[in-house]
Design a protein around this ligand. Structure first.
Ligand SMILES: [Zn+2]
Length: 465
């Protein structure tokens, strides 16, 4: 099967130019101007006049079917990757979970079982480590060899995912030997839990207080601490879902002194704020950790994206229904399942707020949602690039079409949208995953099980810093 995408503007992280893309099977076979005129034939031609052709977007932070707080994140690998495809995202990297007392192997096997035969687009895994001990440290080396080179640890959630400084430092030392990467959820969980308990004792139980309890300085402190530990271990570190300017300052300072410190933020921290968490229990729709911040943090994060102190925008997609799941926290914000839906809307929100909003170029947009994550997470140039031989993960993107985000129209399996009623400019028209059209003009044309496991390499972090 040969598909010719003709007459579009190819937009990559490096530059933009008018050109055609020939797809042969699952790969990009040829690039050039007017390929049909040069005698190239294809089974199907997609006219991309007036459209961008971009590498399929990559979301390196999702939680399909994550167990949390007595329930499960609602999207499965099928529904979640299908929604991702509608939004122009053709690869996800999800977090497999090692539960306390079991092995990394068992956790990884469980996630392979959830995804295999179900995913609509390609997927990789990071590994959440709940225990750091001699056995799990040895297992890390094997996972790196199996294409799962990243390990996430938490300074938050005492008693569940929390690791102390000794555990974090030991895991970092191990990546110094095996070439992997430590990803950190950096908030001072023990201190947050004290503040949260005081608030509940004072009768302040609404979701808003979830946001109040998790001070920005608790994120800044933990971010600085884990970066310093990584510097001591002489390894790279990646801060997930950075939300506060206090934490951004810690990353910027580290990068300025030459550290291999990397960070992502998420659309919710760029477009939503603590104000959304008011309005009584409605605020539960916006409960995630770190929490939404006051609006002045948003401006700092946009600047961080412009100046490359932040290298990636991912979603932390982790949807819970408002009715039936978020309800668990009525009367105590500490019991609201933490997480928001977002995998479908990231690419368009960033196009609208970033490119249309005049904050950065269309090339930087592609870098933040596709090429940057591909490089940092060992998928480049197979993913995140439009080059001959790369996987034909491609999006024909209309930069002028506007759409209104709503729970009724979205494809995520969740009963609300954080962006209900927001109009965004920019939308995916045709989405290809390894050469197959999976979405065309609002219709799903893919198939369950098409998605394959992406065996990733450890990246050369020193070169990327
Ligand atoms: Zn997460």
């Amino acid at each position: 099967m040969r598909t010719l995408i003709a007459n579009g503007t190819i937009v990559t992280a490096d530059g933009s130019y008018p050109g055609d893309v020939l797809v042969d099977g699952e790969r990009i076979a040829q690039l050039g101007a007017d390929l049909a005129g040069a005698g190239v034939t294809a089974d199907e031609t997609i006219d991309a006049s007036g459209k961008y052709v971009i590498p399929g977007a990559i979301d390196v932070h999702t939680h399909m079917e994550l167990p949390f707080g007595g329930t499960f994140a609602k999207d499965t690998f099928e529904s979640g990757t299908r929604a991702a495809a509608f939004g122009g995202t053709t690869s996800i990297v999800d977090f497999a979970v090692q539960s306390r007392g079991s092995s990394l192997r068992d956790g990884l096997d469980a996630w392979h079982a959830k995804a295999a035969g179900n995913a609509v687009v390609d997927y990789g895994f990071h590994m959440i480590m709940s225990d750091v001990n001699d056995d799990t440290l040895a297992e890390m080396d094997r996972l790196v060899e199996e294409g799962v080179p990243d390990f996430k640890l938490f300074t938050a959630y005492p008693g569940v995912f929390f690791s102390d400084d000794a555990a974090i430092f030991r895991a970092m030392q191990q990546t110094g030997k095996n070439g992997g990467l430590i990803m950190m959820h950096a908030e001072n969980g023990p201190a947050i839990d004290i503040v949260a308990a005081d608030l509940v004792a004072a009768g302040k139980t609404d979701p808003l207080y979830h946001g109040i309890a998790r001070y920005p300085v608790f994120e800044g402190e933990a971010t600085n601490r884990v970066i310093r530990l990584a510097e001591a271990a002489q390894v790279p570190v990646y801060i997930v879902h950075l939300s506060a300017s206090d934490a951004l300052n810690a990353v910027r300072d580290a990068r300025d002194r030459g550290s291999m410190a990397f960070a992502e933020t998420c659309p919710q921290y760029l477009f939503l704020s603590l104000d959304d968490m008011g309005n009584g229990f409605e605020g539960a729709k916006f409960v995630c950790s770190p929490p939404l911040r006051t609006p002045e943090h948003q401006d700092q994060l946009w600047t961080g994206l412009q100046k490359d102190d932040l290298q990636v925008v991912s979603t932390d997609h982790c949807p819970f229904d408002f009715h039936g799941q978020k309800d668990l926290g009525r009367g105590d914000f500490r019991k609201v399942p933490n997480g928001l839906p977002g995998v479908e809307d990231r690419v368009d929100l960033l196009h609208d707020g970033g490119v249309v909003g005049g904050r950065f170029s269309r090339e930087r947009w592609v870098d933040l949602v596709s090429t940057g994550p591909a490089k940092l997470f060992g998928m480049y140039p197979r993913k995140g690039s439009i080059t001959v031989g790369a996987d034909a993960d491609l999006v024909v993107y209309d930069p002028n079409r506007t759409r209104v985000i709503s729970a009724e129209a979205h494809h995520m399996d969740v009963d609300y949208s954080c962006y209900e009623g927001r109009s965004v400019q920019g939308a995916s028209d045709v989405v290809l995953s390894r050469g197959s059209v999976v979405v065309r003009n609002g219709e799903f044309t893919g198939r369950k099980g098409h998605g394959q496991f992406i065996r990733r390499a450890a990246a050369d972090y020193a070169r990327l810093a």
